[in-house]
Each structure stands twice: as C-alpha cells, then as structure tokens.
Design a protein around this ligand. Structure first.
Ligand SMILES: [Zn+2]
Ligand SMILES: [Zn+2]
Length: 259
C-alpha cells in the first residue's frame, strides 16, 4: 500500500501566536516544498481559515479541516474533521463556550481571517487563546458526535500536554491518537509511559511559522490520502496503518535537547 506523509497539526495567521506570514498560500507552498501529501489546519479554538487553505491547496496537499481546542483542564486536543461543515459545527460549540473577554491583539497578536488569495477578510475580536468551559470528556464527545477524530496534542509537553496536566492517559474518553512532539523518541516514550501503550502515536510539527511546516510528520500506509483512510489507519483496519514517525529518533548518546 502506498505511503503518504501527513503533518496533521498546523496553525495559520488566525492563531494569535501564529506568524502573520502563515497565510493559506504560504502554508500550502511550504507543505508542497516539504513533500507533504496531507496536512491539517488546526488553529486555536477556531476553524475560520480552514476552507481558505483547502481552496489554496487544490488537489495537493490534501487538507483536513480542524481546530485545536483548549479544554477546561487546559489540555490541548485536536479535532480533525472530514468536512468544513463539521469543523465549523465544532467551532460553533467552542465559540459558545469561550470566554467573552475581548481579544487583546497588543498582548497576544492579531487573529486574521483570510481567503485563499491571502486577502484579509477581517479579524476575530474574541479571545481564541483561552480555555473553553468544556472538559476533556465533553470535547472528545463533541468531536466524535461530528464524525471527527480527537487527538491529544503534544502529550509530552509541560504546557497544555495531556500527561503533564492529567498525569496519565485516560481510558475514557477514548482518544483516537496521541501526538508526540518532534524531539521525543517514541520507543523511549512508551518505555516510560506504559499507560500510553495501545494508543496510536502520531507526530506533527505544530508549526506556527512557514519554516516549521513539515519539521515533523507521520507516514501512513493508505489506499489514498483521505480523512477516512487516516481514520482506518489509526484503527489499524484493512491494512491501513501508521508506518513511521519522522524525524526518526536520534541515536542514543546524542544530546536529545539539541537540534
Ligand atoms: Zn497546543
Ligand atoms: Zn498547536
């Protein structure tokens, strides 16, 4: 079965911490340059730029619309969806449960909505960076109700990572995958975290700047680059599977903090 490179966690200029250069066209150009077959757009608590990236990409790379939701526990969870409609339905719920505090671009940066030509359409004036008033169980249930995949973001990180916040990988809610950061060796991670065994592991870049796109990715064995095939691979169905995580782990003895 053919192999496809997927970087399933990318921010755009809509994320207040995202680079303003992270426009749909720049993101797509960076993904093509890195040889990515599939990407996911996952801005903080919003999917307002997802359709623009899909249109900018055309046939390649294949773009999965999504959001990176901050739960009330302050765990980051990716909601990845088959359609923009489903992603925007999740966004509706998230917007209902976000703080009413106005956004402070002077403190956090602009939240720019753009089209596929990189024209600025407007700015989101509510604060996207905070937590929603939904717990992890509620967020995962809402993603699944909309046919989506729930992936715990950067589970190894001290900030907003599942393990640092909860201290363990819960059996319930059932997460569809755990995402590892770029520098974490999956073998060592599983040796240290037996509670993570049995959960599919993926790796993504969490890029906020164009030069970070594709610094990490997951190679999938799929019939074709589609959302449904990714879902089958995470479940290990019909020969679809996760083939490898990139970059590969460093040889032991090298400084894991470097590079
Ligand atoms: Zn995050
Ligand atoms: Zn992120």
């Amino acid at each position: 079965m053919p192999l496809f490179r997927a970087d399933l966690h990318l921010h755009t200029c809509l994320s207040p911490c995202g680079d303003l250069d992270m426009s749909p066209r720049a993101l797509v150009a960076a993904a093509r340059e890195k040889g990515l077959d599939m990407i996911a757009v996952s801005d903080h608590n919003s999917a307002e730029n997802a359709a623009a990236v899909i249109r900018a990409a055309g046939l390649r790379p294949m773009v999965i619309p999504g959001l990176e939701i901050c739960t009330v526990e302050e765990v980051h969870v990716l909601g990845l969806f088959e359609t923009v409609h489903a992603a925007l339905s999740m966004q509706d719920l998230v917007y209902q449960r976000l703080t009413d505090q106005p956004h402070r671009p002077d403190l956090f940066g602009d939240q720019v909505v753009v089209n596929e030509e990189d024209d600025v359409l407007g700015f989101v004036d509510r604060m996207l960076i905070g937590a929603v008033s939904l717990d992890l169980t509620q967020v995962v249930a809402a993603i699944h109700e909309r046919g989506g995949l729930a992936v715990a973001s950067h589970v190894d990180r001290p900030m907003f990572g599942l393990l640092a916040v909860l201290g363990f990988v819960p059996e319930n809610p059932a997460l569809d995958a755990l995402e590892l950061s770029r520098r974490v060796d999956p073998g060592r991670f599983l040796a240290e975290r037996p509670d993570a065994r049995g959960h599919p592991l993926i790796r993504s870049s969490d890029a906020h700047h164009p030069d970070q796109v594709g610094l990490a990715w997951t190679e999938f064995e799929l019939e074709s680059p589609t959302f449904r095939e990714i879902r089958m691979a995470l479940k290990g169905e019909n020969g679809r599977r996760i083939h490898a995580l990139y970059p590969p782990p460093r040889p032991t003895g090298m400084n894991a903090a470097g590079g």
